[in-house]
Design a protein around this ligand. Structure first.
Ligand code: AMP
Ligand code: TRP
Length: 331
């Protein structure tokens, strides 16, 4: 029996940070290892051009995210790793789904509202339509499972709605996908524990390729709360709780944040921060090495994406054939 399909994607824009790692990449690798799914992992470049960008940097950003996939343990021999814009069916299905998407559903999208407020000079139709392209990404492969951070659940809900609507109107075609959340679905900014760590605020980010010195400096400056005892109390001490969540995420023994707080009982915040910085730096050392090695052979990454995209194109063609039949477009 064929396994259920799993799909996820990451935009090639700024460098990836530890939020992307624990909310997405690490989880992708674990799901691949579980052997329960046939996995597709996509560099969603068409999504990334809805925000201001420099064409001169795009190719490098695409190759960098593909290298992040590999450094995190995704394996092209077992998973399809590919580039969205090399599979034209993503755009084609997005157009078709547009015709069954009520504008009101898109107007409610939190991410759209946030981004539109942030980039007032560039509120383009692509930014508005972003969730429909995302639904197309998922439905095109009839994916059942979609690992994401919690900020993406609203978009997955739309993909479910559109699958249901299409099936009701034109006959059973799509699967309603489910979002899968990681153990740490949300890492907050080092500068403001009320906001999630985000590429749009680089000063609050811990990037995956930050070296040990940068990690130490950033964690030393991370916002904590007044108080001096190390204790896990997300409601009253959210800054410290975020750092404890991060510690738990990098801990090789996978201990809970509360257990980690106990290890530092009677110690100062500064001691805890030093311990955390070392744990983070140690955790990402092999990752940085792997990525540096991959960066020396960009042609290998290009070839891998071409191969993955060819596979994805074959899978997508089957769905598009079915979709066109259902719509009465096949003459
Ligand atoms: P993006 O960089 O927005 O394309 O995000 C890539 C993936 O990382 C998505 O699945 C996001 O939900 C996830 N992600 C982004 N920021 C965070 C964060 N601060 N904490 C946890 N997951 C995140
Ligand atoms: N919108 C997602 C993000 O910002 C990226 C994405 C695009 C995605 N298409 C997808 C994630 C399909 C999962 C499935 O993180």
């Amino acid at each position: 029996m064929a396994k259920p399909i799993l799909f996820s994607g990451i935009q090639p824009s700024e460098r990836l940070h530890v939020g992307n790692y624990f909310g997405a990449l690490e989880h992708f690798a674990a799901l691949q290892e579980s052997g329960k799914f046939d996995c597709l992992f996509c560099v969603v470049d068409l999504h990334s051009i809805t925000e201001s960008f420099d064409p001169k940097e795009k190719k490098e950003q695409i190759l960098a995210v593909a290298a992040d996939f590999l450094a995190a343990g995704l394996d092209p021999a077992r998973s399809v790793i590919f580039q969205q814009s090399q599979v034209a069916a993503h755009s084609e299905l997005a157009w078709i789904l547009n015709t069954i998407t009520p504008i009101g559903e898109l107007e409610r999208m939190t991410q759209y509202k946030d981004k539109a407020a942030r980039q007032k000079e560039n509120v383009n139709v692509g930014l508005f339509d972003y969730p429909v392209l995302m639904a197309a990404d998922i439905l095109l492969y009839r994916a059942a499972a979609v690992p994401v951070g919690d900020d993406q659940l609203q978009h997955i809900e739309l993909a479910r709605t559109l699958a249901r609507k299409f099936n009701n109107r034109f006959g059973k075609t799509f699967i309603e996908p489910k979002g899968l959340l990681a153990r740490t679905p949300r890492i907050m900014s080092l500068k403001d524990p009320a906001k999630k760590m985000s590429k749009s605020q680089p000063e609050g980010c811990l990037f995956l390729d930050d070296d040990a010195d940068a990690v130490r400096a950033k964690i030393a400056r991370a916002v904590t709360d007044s108080g001096s005892e190390v204790a896990y109390d997300p409601d009253h001490r959210p800054g410290l709780a975020n750092l404890l969540d991060l510690y738990a995420a990098v801990d090789p023994d996978r201990r809970e944040p509360k257990t980690i707080a106990k290890l530092f009982a009677g110690k100062q915040y500064a001691d805890f921060k030093r311990g955390l910085a070392e744990a983070v730096a140690r955790r990402f050392e092999p990752y940085r090495k792997a990525k540096a090695e991959l960066a020396r052979h960009p042609e290998r990454i290009t070839a891998m994406l071409a191969e993955g995209s060819a596979k994805a194109n074959r899978m997508a063609a089957e769905t598009m054939h079915d979709v066109k039949e259902k719509l009465g477009l096949a003459v």
